[in-house]
Each structure stands twice: as C-alpha cells, then as structure tokens.
Design a protein around this ligand. Structure first.
Ligand SMILES: [Zn+2]
Ligand SMILES: [Zn+2]
Length: 169
C-alpha cells in the first residue's frame, strides 16, 4: 500500500498546480506569498481575500487523505482504516478532520466572521476562508456545522490544539 507521506506529497503537488504555483513545493509558502501579493493590491473596501488563497499544507493533507480513503473504499478495499486517512470517529459516526493545525494565526482568525441567517453553507464567509465559525459570528456564534474537528492523535504532526490555544490567548 502507498504510504501516507507519498499520498500527502502527491496531493500537495496537485493542489499547487491547480493554484498555478509551479515554482514551489510548499502550500504554506505559496499561501503566504499569495496573501502578501493580494494584501498589496487591496483597497480599504476590499472583501476578505482568504477565500482565494490555497489551503494550508495541513488542510490539504487531510483533504487528500479523505479522497484517497474514499477511492480505496470504492475499489472495495476493506483493509483501510478511516482513522488513518483523515477521519475521526465519535459515537460510531465518522467526521472529517479538516486540518491538524490552525488554518491561520489566531489574530487573522479573529478578523473573519460571518452573519449567516440560516445555515453556514456555501455563502458563509468563514467557510469560504476555510476557517471555523467562532463566537464572533453574528448569528451562529460558532455553534454550527462549520466547526472543524482537530485530531489530537496524528502521529506525523506536531499537534496544536486550536481550542486550547484560543483560551490561552
Ligand atoms: Zn456562517
Ligand atoms: Zn457558522
């Protein structure tokens, strides 16, 4: 079976190409470079630019793992453990782990909020920026489906617990 590191690298490489980053092998580096470029072009009336940025390496990895897991399931491989490929299980239900690291520095996360009237779905500004809803969101107050689960047992990441980090700041 292909190893997790190979799947991660192939996924990151593909996403870099989709975003036109041909001279980089790191989504984190490209994301930061694109952020700086976009900020330089921003006016005071500009909306959030976060939605146009590529995902972080940690988020891309989880997405790639989830895709790999799904394809293997379709191919009727029973030997694949969802817990090793981007999922967590709580009360017999599988939940995707969106990222194993915070998607942006705490200060940036605090700048993004939404005002969704019904559900935090396609038009949610937090979701578009690949960020979790928080208590700053006008209606949902961070109690909605757009709250990622951070997997605390990932063996190949230096883990950070988003919620604890938030409480300590
Ligand atoms: Zn929302
Ligand atoms: Zn929300």
């Amino acid at each position: 079976m292909i190893c997790r590191e190979e799947v991660k690298e192939v996924g990151e490489d593909l996403i870099l190409k989709l975003y036109g980053c041909h001279n980089s092998n790191s989504l984190d580096v490209s994301r930061y470079a694109m952020y700086l470029k976009a900020v330089a072009r921003m006016s005071l009336k500009s909306k959030s630019i976060m939605a146009s940025l590529p995902p972080t390496s940690a988020a891309a990895k989880q997405h790639t793992f989830g895709t790999y897991y799904q394809v293997r399931k379709w191919l009727v491989y029973k030997d694949i453990n969802p817990m090793e490929w981007g999922w967590s299980i709580t009360n017999d239900t599988n939940y995707p782990i969106h990222s194993t690291k915070p998607l942006a520095p705490e200060k940036v996360i605090k700048l993004v909020s939404c005002n969704c009237k019904v559900l935090c779905k396609n038009n949610c500004s937090c979701l578009k920026a690949s960020l979790d809803c928080t208590a700053m969101c006008g209606v949902c107050r961070g109690c909605c489906a757009n709250v990622a689960i951070v997997h605390e047992g990932d063996p190949d990441e230096n883990m950070m617990d988003v919620q604890e980090t938030g409480l300590n700041n």
